[in-house]
Design a protein around this ligand. Sequence first.
Ligand code: RP5
Length: 167
Amino acid sequence: MLKVGLIMGSDSDWPVMEPAWDQLRELGLEAEAIVASAHRTPGAVREFAEGAQGRGLGVIIAAAGAAAHLAGVVASFTALPVIGVPISGGPFKGADALLSMVQMPPGVPVATMAVDGAKNAALFAAAILALGDKTLAGRLAAFRQRQAEGVARKNAKLQEKIKAREI
Ligand code: RP5
């Protein structure tokens, strides 16, 4: 099974990205995670991205805050799909990172998630890999089923509360 690569601009991004790691592991996906910065350690970013396919990665999740060019730089060095996660923090609370990532000029795309959208990044990565993996597709379907059941339970509780108020 293809693996997922998780690259972050700083270790300060890890608390936000940990749910992505947990979600990937819950779906039975193997992953690797590194800290490498597009402007502080560009060589390490290039090495990570250029070697990604050779290491068995199928998708890369790139998370960064502020003037976040990490995802675009990673995408420039690999043909693999790159999912960007803008990280909040700083005076603009992630709006800077969101615009930096989502406004990729035509030619080298980055699939940008919501600000701090770690869990969705993992689910999106899994959806891409599930195209070529029936077992993973089944796990994703089961995840959605459990999620739907959770919503149904919440709705049932709400209906009970509403009913109780009317008695
Ligand atoms: C970005 O700058 C990182 O991705 C992080 O979100 C932000 C702050 O980095 P640190 O100062 O915490 O290392 O490059």
